[in-house]
Ligand binder design. Sequence first.
Ligand SMILES: O=C([O-])CC(=O)C(=O)O
Ligand SMILES: [Mg+2]
Length: 234
Amino acid sequence: MTGATVGTTGAGRTGPDGVPLRDRIARLDTCALSDALDTLGLAGATTGIRPLWPVGEAVVGTVRTVRAGPRQHGQPAAHIAAAAVDSAGPGQVLVIANDGRLDVSCWGGILALAATRRGIGGVVIDGACRDIAESEELDFPVFGRAVVPVSARGRIVQLGMDERIEVAGVPVQTGDWVVADRNGVVFVPAAEAERVVGLAERIVRREEGMAEAVRSGQPVDQVMHDSKFPSVEE
Ligand SMILES: O=C([O-])CC(=O)C(=O)O
Ligand SMILES: [Mg+2]
């Protein structure tokens, strides 16, 4: 699946063929990126986080992190993620760490409306959201663990923004790349992006060769045998 590029960070950087890094990432999918991260021994692929409406195009962009947590006092407080929405923009994807909690939303239709008005590319939540029909209506991609009716209001707040967070056990920081598609969500550390993307491109070419071999009648047990997977790093 190819994706809609919404990333800006790194936009000036180009590969050997002069193609900007973000365009190269947009040609890849989460599976190829996950394989490249695996090969390099890097964390980045998450499990358990999926599109919460049938998002067609992949989301590709740079991360803005939000750390959510329980509200500690009874004073009126800013709504979860409101400050992040108000400060993010085109090319960015909000990533909300809420420790995988499924008992409370940390995203909803009003936030999605505000996010689309700012050109934000989507949201990835290690937790739950609500108002999913409103996000779908807005064509605003939402990835997370669950949809629930229970409001964030009075329960959780934004504890931090642009901090290093963990999403499904993966360390993530503002400026990292995120790709989210029907397979799930993968983060690519900004400092490793060139290496990961270059390797993922080679993995895609290898898979194209394997598919061609199957089409030409080779048995799949040969095509997919472990011995056909020499180090793709060389
Ligand atoms: O309170 C929430 O969970 C968020 C919400 O409904 C909205 O943004 O519309
Ligand atoms: Mg709402």
